[in-house]
Each structure stands twice: as structure tokens, then as C-alpha cells.
Design a protein around this ligand. Structure first.
Ligand SMILES: [Zn+2]
Length: 368
């Protein structure tokens, strides 16, 4: 098992704690996995994503197996007709980030590290802190100085050391990277570390099982740093190679139009994403002005025959209200996904009858 540079193909052992190649390229993960028997996983009583151990980067009897909080196996709720919402806000720390955090922290534990570093303005930091606590690992979380007290309190409650960094989200990432580089500690990054997607890919395994071992026609996926979207790509590629599916579902990505660098690059026919100015959006979880994996995200959307749209602040607010009126209270960022669906069916009326799944990524009480 190695990290492999997506630019030059250089390989790094996981023990190196590498997070980027010396050529500047970002890293993917390379290892042998076995096909999943979806008949048996669908019937499994193991309510955690460890039931997919055959396609996770661990051996069956590794000592880390105790690291679980019952993540995964979230409900698929029929909204109307063939439209489904997958309720990942039912997770232990109330967001889909637990899928990635359990894999990242389990690997840090397996590698023998007693301390990890993360940077996040919200849900990822909370998930990393909770799973580190579960694993008995020390955790340093870098957050922008302007992060709300509510979020910081939850991270601190799990015993993590908080480092408040003045300036932008990018300044926060730089401070975390500086510490990771100077100490050689495991960088539990949900942006740079490809182990995170080994967890988020299970969202798509579950949807497939829940729809009777069939993929929907399309997945609506919110995009900031692409943590769910790259997981989708990995899951689809695996399932194609195992013969579980014969074509890739469409990825219909969503950004907030006030911070939509990937949307702009996509409609401009670009292969790379230019950083944009964040004009301010309520959907703060996907407000990433300079996504590190922009080029990779563009490639994935195009390869799936997908599309991307930008949604307005008004439509996000209205979508949140509409979901709440149906009994579903999600954080504002998650409402962008439903807003995206409502915009997509105007653009593609045929989607009204197609089978579509969108995620409810985080619980409503996370938003102020
Ligand atoms: Zn390289």
C-alpha cells in the first residue's frame, strides 16, 4: 500500500506521513482491494462502515477494529417519486465527515502515531477530534480565529488542542501544514489525505444497496474541496471493475454561486480551477475559494457525463425551509443540495422522473 503522486507517479509508504509529493503533486492511494459481496453486506448486522473491510485499506484482524462509533448505514429517505435523500446527518458527530474520519484515524492508530494534526473550520475538525478521542490519540486542530465558539467547544470537549489562526481559511491550512512538516506527525487532512475518501466512498456503496443493488441515474453532490465527490469516483471505478455496475451514474455537482470557482472553470471549458473571491455565502461548508483538488474534481464530473451549477443564497434559504417543513432539519450548507436539485430539474426536466439521490450532510443544529 502506497501513496502515489497524481502528477509524476512517485510512490511513498504510508509510514512516511507524506501529504504531498516533492514535485508539488497531490497524492492518491494505491492498494489491492477485494470485490465487495453486496448481498452479504446489505444483510450484515454490523452497523458501521467496517462491513466493507474487503475494500478498505486494512487487514481483517488489525488491532484498530475497535475504532468505531457506529458510523455509516444511514437512512435513505424518499422525498417524492424517485427522489431520495441520504441522511448522513444521523452520524455520530452529525455530519458525513465521520466516514472519512474513522478511516483516517484508524490508519493513524495502525501506523503507531500517538498524535495527529488537522485543520478545519467545522465538521471535519469535529469528526477528527471525536475519532481521535475514541482511538486514544492526541489531536491538534487548527481553526480560523473567527470560528464560532459553539464549534470550538465541541472540538475541545473531545480533548483536542485548538490553535486559532488569524486570517483566511488558507492561512489556517498553512499553519497546520507547517506543524505537520516540522514535526513529521500524521496530517489528518480531509483535503490532502486520500485515506479520507476511502471512507466517503462508502456513502455510494450504501445507496446502491438501499436501492436494491442498483445505482440511481444521478447523484447530487455538493462541492467545496470535493471530499464526497472524489469518494464517488473511487466507488464508481471500483464497482465498474467488480462488475457490480455497468455504467457510471451522473454526478450533478452543486456550488454556492457566491463562491463557485469549480462551476466557473467547468462552464469555461477549463482543465484547471482559478481561485475566486468568496462573495459570502450561507453555505459555508462548501465556500472554498481555492480548491486544492480543483483539476481532479473537473475531470471526475466530466468523466461521469455530469454537470455543475451554482445556486443562489435565496434558493438555499428557501430549500432549507422547504426541507424543514417536511420534517428534515439540516445545516444550511446541506440545503444547497436540495436547492441544486430544484434548479437541475428546471435545466433537465427529464430528471423529474429519473432516480436521483442527494445528501443531507450535516444536522441543522450545527448552523447558527
Ligand atoms: Zn510528484
Amino acid at each position: 500500500m502506497n501513496y502515489i503522486c497524481i502528477e509524476c507517479g512517485s510512490k511513498f509508504p504510508l509510514e512516511s506521513n507524506a501529504w504531498k509529493c516533492s514535485c508539488g503533486g497531490l497524492l492518491n492511494l494505491e492498494y489491492e482491494k477485494k470485490p465487495i459481496d453486496f448481498k452479504s453486506t446489505a444483510a450484515a448486522r454490523d452497523h458501521s462502515l467496517w462491513k466493507y473491510i474487503d475494500a478498505l485499506p486494512f487487514e481483517k484482524y488489525d488491532c484498530w477494529r475497535g475504532i468505531t462509533l457506529g458510523e455509516g448505514d444511514t437512512p435513505l429517505i424518499r422525498i417524492e417519486g424517485n427522489l431520495y435523500a441520504k441522511a448522513d446527518y444521523y452520524m455520530p458527530t452529525l455530519s458525513f465527515k465521520d466516514r472519512g474520519a474513522v478511516v483516517l484515524i484508524s490508519m493513524a492508530k495502525k501506523l503507531g502515531g500517538g498524535r495527529v494534526i488537522a485543520d478545519s473550520s467545522g465538521n471535519a475538525g469535529t469528526a477528527i477530534a471525536a475519532y481521535s478521542a475514541r482511538a486514544g490519540i492526541k489531536c491538534d486542530v487548527f481553526v480560523p480565529a473567527a470560528t464560532s465558539d459553539k464549534k470550538i467547544k465541541q472540538i475541545e470537549a473531545h480533548g483536542a488542542a485548538i490553535h486559532k489562526v488569524p486570517g483566511t481559511r488558507e492561512d489556517t491550512a498553512k499553519a497546520a501544514i507547517d506543524m505537520a512538516e516540522s514535526t513529521g506527525l500524521f496530517y489528518a487532512s480531509h483535503i490532502y489525505n486520500p485515506l479520507f475518501w476511502e471512507g466517503t466512498k462508502t456513502y455510494f456503496y450504501e445507496a446502491f444497496e438501499q436501492l436494491g443493488r442498483l445505482m440511481p441515474d444521478a447523484f447530487i453532490i455538493p462541492v467545496g474541496n470535493g471530499t464526497l465527490l472524489v469518494g464517488a469516483y473511487i466507488a464508481f471505478k471500483e464497482m465498474l471493475s467488480w462488475g457490480a455496475i455497468d455504467k457510471m451514474p451522473r454526478i450533478l455537482a452543486v456550488q454556492a454561486e457566491n463562491c463557485a470557482p469549480i462551476f466557473k472553470a467547468f462552464v469555461g471549458g477549463m482543465d484547471k480551477v482559478e481561485p475566486c473571491k468568496n462573495l459570502g455565502t450561507l453555505a459555508e461548508g462548501i465556500a472554498i475559494a481555492a480548491p486544492a483538488r480543483g483539476a481532479q474534481i473537473l475531470k471526475v464530473i466530466r468523466e461521469s457525463g455530469g454537470d455543475i451549477i451554482g445556486v443562489s443564497e435565496e434558493s438555499i434559504t428557501e430549500a432549507r425551509r422547504s426541507l424543514a417543513c417536511q420534517g428534515i432539519y439540516v445545516e444550511i450548507t446541506s440545503a444547497a443540495n436540495y436547492a441544486g436539485y430544484l434548479d437541475y430539474i428546471k435545466k433537465y426536466p427529464e430528471l423529474k422522473t429519473a432516480k436521483v439521490v442527494f445528501p443531507l450532510c450535516g444536522a441543522g443544529i450545527k448552523s447558527s
